[in-house]
Structure formats: C-alpha cells, structure tokens
Design a protein around this ligand. Structure first.
Ligand code: ADP
Ligand code: MG
Length: 345
C-alpha cells in the first residue's frame, strides 16, 4: 500500500497536501481547532482530524491513527517552534519524513551555529560579549521568533542604550542579557535557497529561492534619510512574507557548494544526516560572498511561493514541482523501492 501523507494544518500544509495529491497519495490532515474551515476550502485532505494543539500529535490516539494508516508524517516550521522536540525524538512512534534528530539543532542557537561552523560554511563572526562589538552587530534576543525585537548596535555604548530601552519596553527581562546572541551584521541582501537532498537519487537539488519581506528593516527605505534620523528608527526584522528570487547564474556554484557542505556535515554530526528539504539563510555582500547565519532542517515557508514550480525546479523536472510534491515523490519512490527507512526516521 502506498503511504499516506500526514501533516499538521499550518505553515506549508496546503502545498504538502497538494503535492501528495498530485503524486496520487492519500492525505491526512491533523488540523488545529478553528482552522478546519480554511482547509475545507481547498479540499486536499482525504481525512481530517482536529486537535487542540500541536503537542496533541504526541498523544496516543493520534499516534495510533498515524500508525494504523501507515502514514508518513511530514514536519514543518510549526513543529520546531512548538518545542517538545525531545518528546518528538523519543516518544513519537510514527514515521517522520526527514531527520527528527536535526530539529533540536535548528532550535538551539548554539547547536545551530556549531553545525554551520563544523560544516565549513562561511558564517558571520560572533561576539562573545557586547563589549567586543567593534562594527555593526545584530543583536538577537532569546526565544524571539521572526526577528522581533532584534536590533543593530554599532558599539558597546550603543548596545547598552538600546538594551535598556528594550528592558523598559518589557521585550527582554533583566538577567536575560546573557542569553542574547550578538553577531556581525553583514551589509548585503538576504538570499534563502531552498534545497532538497534526495536520498533516493543521491543528489542535491535546488528547488527555488526567496528573500524575506521584513518589517521594519524593509520599511526604512520608504522614507527619507532625514526622517529616518529625526524619528531615530531602530530597524527590526519581523518576517511578514516572502518574495521570489532568481540569482545571477554565477552565484549558483557557491550556493551548491555551501549546500553540499551542509549535507556532509549533517551526516557526520546528526546521523543519518539531512533528508529532503532544508534551507540556508544567507546574506550576500557586495563582493558576492555568501554568509550563512541560520538553517532550517525541513521545509521552509518561502517554498509556498512556488506551488506551481520555480525557475529552478523547472530546470530539473518536466512538470510543475513544488517542494510539497517533491517530498511526496521521494516518499513514493522510496516506498516503491522498499526503502522507506532511507527517507524516514
Ligand atoms: N548576521 C546577519 N547580518 C545581516 N542580517 C542578519 C544577520 N542575521 C540575521 N539577519 C537578519 O535578521 C533576520 C532574523 O534573523 P534570524 O537569525 O533568521 O532570526 P530568527 O531566529 O528570528 O529567524 C534575518 O532574516 C535577516 O534579515
Ligand atoms: Mg531566520
């Protein structure tokens, strides 16, 4: 029996469901209560079960259901932000597409940094203490998602002033300063390539690329320099959406090199390594150098841009191939070869 594709209703679920249907697979939607109506509009799930929270997937009833359906569970961003990754690693019995052991490396900033560094991927410099800040630095707050409250500091004094303001605003508590992550701010433009490592084909594929649309950093160019100064704006990085990006063809060599380094480091440090989709979040400077500051070890929401395929997926496939469909295709292929273990953990 071909496997059923199961997914939590959020993030990139529509694309994953659509891709599974395109590959002729059955779909099971684990829907957060209150969102059923949205997913009914698209009619992409063969079966829907409602749950109160993301954590409900750890419950015996949902696990039994998934195992009974011989489902392959496809993880996405909602799972990582939901925490309980230890439980997901150890207590979740159904098959997960991808490497379930890599999620904590994505969640934990120190582990994330270690993986990138040991991969030999070019990363921005980190400052151990704010007193070391000697050029533009980006300050990342603990637990913040989507860059809320992040700011740029130019010097230790500038840092002290801005942190004081954040404490006053309640965005950070006193004593939490130690968990703050300070990194060289690379002047350049964001580039987020969407990779797919196919364990079945043994090849790295570039499926698309996007850039983020972030407020307020992308907003300050809309007002005059004079107003920027008078309003003393501190830009922040809250993600609002994604925009498609096609790169200069010459950059693709470096894009693939960095991706390949990531694949081999993940294999060494987090066995069985990367399986399926991942993303490196990069800034490209004026020399065309790519600095990676983050990764995602699963499908990213930026792939939602390319439900009908992207310029890059079109070069590889003769049919529209979104990331959701690519995942379904890989699962189907592995299952037909009797090698489902190769793409699941
Ligand atoms: N070292 C850096 N240099 C320049 N911009 C950066 C750097 N690190 C992060 N950014 C910007 O800040 C945003 C949020 O940072 P990120 O580390 O991705 O945080 P989050 O964990 O919230 O996703 C990024 O999307 C990017 O625009
Ligand atoms: Mg990020």
């Amino acid at each position: 029996m071909p496997p059923t594709i199961a997914v939590i209703g959020s993030h990139s679920a529509l694309q994953i469901l659509k891709g599974a249907k395109q590959e002729g697979l059955r779909t099971l939607l684990i829907c957060l209560k209150g969102r059923e109506k949205l997913y009914r509009r698209y009619n992409l799930s063969d079966r829907t079960v409602s749950v109160d929270s993301v954590e409900a997937i750890l419950g015996e009833d949902i696990q039994d259901l998934l195992e009974g359906e011989e489902a392959v569970f496809v993880p996405h961003g909602t799972l990582i932000s939901g925490g309980r990754l230890e439980d997901l690693e150890r207590r979740f019995r159904p098959r997960i597409f991808g490497n379930r052991f890599i999620f904590k490396w994505e969640y934990d900033r120190d582990l994330k940094d270690r993986l990138l560094r040991e991969a030999g991927i070019k990363t921005p410099k980190n400052f151990r203490s704010y007193t070391e800040i000697d050029g533009p630095a980006i300050v990342k707050l603990p637990g913040a998602e989507g860059g809320r409250g992040y700011f740029i500091a130019k010097s230790p004094r500038d840092f002290e002033e801005k942190i004081r303001r954040l404490i006053e605003k309640g965005l950070i508590r006193r004593g939490e300063e130690e968990k703050i992550f300070i990194q060289e701010y690379v002047i350049g433009v964001p580039v987020y390539p969407h990779y797919f490592w196919s364990a079945v084909e043994g090849r790295l594929e570039l499926m698309g690329c996007d850039r983020r649309y972030e407020t307020s950093i992308d907003a300050i160019g809309r007002i005059s320099a004079k107003d920027q100064l008078e309003l003393s704006i501190t830009p922040t990085f809250r993600v609002i959406g994604n925009m498609p990006l096609v790169l200069r063809e010459s950059l693709l060599m470096d894009i693939f090199d960095e991706g390949e380094k990531f694949v081999s480091a993940a294999e060494r440090l987090v066995p069985p390594g990367i399986i399926g989709p991942f993303c490196l979040e990069m800034i490209c400077d004026e020399e065309g150098r790519l600095y990676t500051f983050e990764f995602s070890g699963r499908i990213v929401a930026g792939t939602n841009l390319f439900v009908n395929g992207s310029p890059y997926s079109d070069l590889l496939f003769d049919e529209p191939m979104c990331m959701g469909r690519r995942i379904a295709k890989e699962i189907k292929a592995a299952s037909e070869l009797g090698e489902i273990e190769k793409v699941t953990t």
